[in-house]
Write a protein that binds this ligand. Structure first.
Ligand code: HEM
Length: 495
């Protein structure tokens, strides 16, 4: 049954800034998916790019996908958060401009300068190319990442300013009075809680990322400015892991805001919700050593911490959100269209994608599985079926011509093709991992080719369905313009 007190404003359309973010997302996502398809086709020996071509694509695909997931997540967060606090549209635009400039620098470094040291730019690889790329190419790549990171930092600082101005501080925005005191039913809405969490972790992550990028740039030209490689690795992984995690924590706001509009049931920030988001605020910052369990040089306490927190962090937000989504949809009479389908699918993708990570986070398993395709299997599950499904779901919702508009056969078919393609694609990665096929190998042994060929087929389905999703959004862009969201304060939320 719908909650009669909850009357959400039908809300389609977004500001020009948010639409520009989404149009950029559609274009970059498609290009990066195409690069992914080419990599898989190379491993399957359908094409012959050569090792250098493969690693150039891998570098662009990794950096581009992580960056564009950030742009999509930021668009969703900004769109909904701007209904509760006053955000700066100029900062929103500045971040996009810096993103485009950074992408151009990275494309130049890779396609013209031949840089192919991976999006993880592990020190000292960028400065030790054995003649495969120049210091200038490495500098353009590192500089491009720094420019992109600076844009996101500006955006997060603006969000921090607005949250402090609107809620009187982070403790209130994270719902501490309701969590630790008497629950007066005035907890901030889920969008505010999620944005506050993302802002805390992303600011720390981006500052650490900018620091190591700046240090590596100096080291490139003044090698006597030595950097401890272990410290560099920890800083890079901290930044990279926090940033990519934050993208899904931003994007899930679309689920919190849009599913209630379909079901006419509010999504309230109750104590369990607040506790889980607050716990994850801390845990997300300490979980990254679960990527380093094979690094004997790391202090044991860090690895133990990564193992334990890796287990713990899998549960809270995911369970609260997954359970919340099921409860909100159950017997609600929800009308299923492409937006609601994609958003609901994203809950499955996020939950399913966490499971292989949970398994890989176990030290004994990790020794065998971590450098195999099991790991791309894990993160492609939660990114393709979770994060990207949220982004496409948001695009469909925002660009819907009218609240009652129905999707056509092509959209419905595209949804099922996307689901089948993405599931097949990630299951092939996971199965290959189980068979010990290593990750990041340009060339595969003949025994692995059947998996690679099947994977390429499923990747083709994902690209085809994504073309429909992105094309539909871009075609409807003109309708989506200007319909600025009206504030709808969920029942029980602070105004
Ligand atoms: C059609 C969709 C996609 C295809 C075909 C694809 C394909 C691939 C392939 C073949 C690899 C290399 C695997 C290896 O051998 O280690 C890879 C790595 C990766 N992909 Fe994707 N991918 C897709 C979507 C995505 C999405 C949506 C994201 C993130 C939002 C993403 C992020 C990454 C990252 C971060 C890496 C790791 C790069 C590295 O190891 O440095 N991919 N992808």
């Amino acid at each position: 049954m719908a909650d009669p007190r909850y009357v959400p404003a039908p809300e389609h359309g977004a500001s020009a800034g948010v639409l520009a973010y989404l149009a950029t997302t559609a274009a970059v996502l498609l290009l990066m998916m195409l690069f992914g398809l080419l990599m898989r086709a190379e491993q399957a020996r359908f094409i012959a790019l050569g090792a250098q071509g493969f690693y150039q694509l891998m570098t662009l695909h990794g950096a581009g996908m992580v960056g564009i997931a950030g742009i999509a997540g930021a668009a969703i967060m900004w769109h909904f958060l701007s209904r509760y606090v006053a955000l700066s549209a100029r900062i929103l635009h500045a971040n996009l401009a810096l993103f485009v400039a950074g992408v151009a620098m990275i494309l130049g470094a890779v396609l013209l300068g031949g840089f192919h040291g991976g999006w993880t730019f592990l020190h000292p690889l960028p400065s030790h190319s054995l003649g495969l790329w120049s210091d200038a190419a490495a500098a353009w790549f590192l500089g491009g990442m720094l420019v992109i990171g600076t844009g996101f930092l500006l955006l997060q600082l603006d969000v921090a300013r607005a949250l402090v101005a609107g809620y009187g501080g982070f403790a209130r925005a994270l719902g501490w009075p309701q969590l630790f005191g008497r629950d007066d039913g005035q907890a901030p809405p889920p969008t505010v809680v999620a944005s506050a969490m993302v802002t805390v972790v992303n600011i720390v992550g981006l500052v650490v990322g900018a620091a190591i990028l700046a240090m590596m740039l100096v080291n490139l030209y003044f090698p006597e400015f030595a950097i401890d490689p272990l410290l560099a690795k920890a800083m890079i992984y901290f930044f990279g892991h926090v940033f990519i995690n934050a993208t899904i924590y931003m994007a899930v706001i679309a689920v919190y805001e849009i599913l209630p509009r379909y079901t006419r049931r509010p999504w309230k920030a109750n104590r369990a919700f607040l506790a889980s988001w607050n716990c994850s605020t801390l845990m997300v910052m300490f979980i990254f050593p679960h990527h380093l369990l094979m690094d004997f040089a790391f202090p044991t306490w860090m690895l133990v911490m990564g193992h334990i927190i890796g287990y713990l962090n899998t549960v809270p937000i995911l369970v609260v959100t997954g359970y919340g989504a099921l409860m909100i949809v159950y017997r609600s009479g929800i009308v299923w269209d492409t937006a609601s389908r994609l958003l609901f699918l994203s809950m499955f993708g996020w939950a399913a994608g966490a499971m292989p990570a949970f398994i890989d986070g176990t030290i004994r398993v990790n020794y065998v599985m971590h450098n195999t395709l099991w790991v791309p299997g894990h993160f492609h599950t939660y990114l393709l079926l979770g994060m990207v499904a949220m982004a496409f779901g948001f695009m469909y919702y925002i660009a819907k011509p009218a609240a009652q508009a129905r999707d056509g056969l092509v959209d419905r078919a595209a949804f099922w093709v996307y689901l089948a393609g993405a599931l097949g694609f990630v299951l092939v990665f996971l199965y290959s991992g189980k068979q010990s096929v290593p990750r990041r190998y340009a060339e595969h042994l003949p025994e692995w080719l059947p998996y690679d060929r099947l994977g390429t087929f499923f990747a083709g389905l994902v690209v085809a369905a994504s073309l429909v999703f992105a094309g539909r959004f871009l075609a409807r862009l003109a309708h989506a313009r200007g319909g600025q969201a009206r504030a709808t304060v969920p029942v029980g939320a602070a105004a």
